[in-house]
Design a protein around this ligand. Structure first.
Ligand SMILES: Cc1cc2nc3c(=O)[nH]c(=O)nc-3n(C[C@H](O)[C@H](O)[C@H](O)COP(=O)(O)OP(=O)(O)OC[C@H]3O[C@@H](n4cnc5c(N)ncnc54)[C@H](O)[C@@H]3O)c2cc1C
Length: 176
């Protein structure tokens, strides 16, 4: 992610003054765990909005680009790809919206948030590939937003807990 630096922080022999303590001593890990649902929900929201943005951008692009004497949007393959992505995105939005409402109401939705996190980041990853393909060569050029999306979107399957870990949580909460 070129817009965001990633670095390792080391706190060896680091002394923190008492007045700077946040919360209670020894409870840091618990505080962190309590916020994981929210962090994963935010990642799911980012993935969903990235998918929506990529689709809107690609629809605009294929309408304007001409090949073999007609707009790229007139090829059936383009239309089918767009229709498939639009369907996935609409379904993702419906699931996500009701999850946000539940989270705002203070409900514990750990299992559903894990479902949204893996599924919506995976969908965004696939959509970044399809949308770049529909842009042709321009899609690989830094001047086009889809190139950045193609590079930045996949990491969402890794951070905030990998998608494999999301599936472990879901399976465990299903009693497996
Ligand atoms: C750009 C970026 C930003 C990040 N930002 C932050 C941040 O702000 N704060 C922070 O704390 N962390 C951050 N991370 C770290 C991120 O959360 C970890 O990279 C992530 O949790 C995966 O851990 P790992 O890299 O050690 O992978 P590993 O644990 O080494 O995993 C390697 C592979 O093995 C799989 N695997 C591991 N354990 C299991 C298992 N039990 N069952 C099945 N499969 C398994 C994983 O899913 C993965 O596919 C960031 C990472 C990146 C790349």
């Amino acid at each position: 992610m070129h817009s965001q630096d990633t670095a390792e922080l080391i706190f060896e022999d680091c002394r923190v003054p008492k007045e700077n303590l946040l919360g209670e001593e020894g409870k840091g890990f618990t505080y962190l765990m309590e916020k994981l649902q929210q962090e994963r929900l935010v990642v799911a929201i980012c993935a969903q909005t990235a998918s929506e943005d990529m689709l809107a951008d690609t629809i605009e692009y294929v309408k304007g680009r001409e090949a073999f004497g007609k707009s790229v949007s007139q090829f059936q393959n383009t239309q089918f790809k767009i229709a498939e992505m639009a369907t996935e995105i609409k379904m993702g939005r419906a699931f996500l919206d009701q999850l946000i409402a539940k989270h705002m109401a203070g409900e514990q939705v750990v299992t559903e948030v894990s479902m949204a996190k893996w599924r919506l980041t995976e969908t965004a990853r696939k959509i970044s590939i399809e949308c770049m393909q529909l842009h042709g060569g321009y899609g690989y050029m830094e001047e086009y937003k889809i190139a950045r999306r193609y590079r930045d979107v996949p990491v969402a399957s890794i951070y905030a807990g990998t998608n494999e870990i999301m599936k472990k949580i879901i399976a465990k909460n299903l009693g497996l």
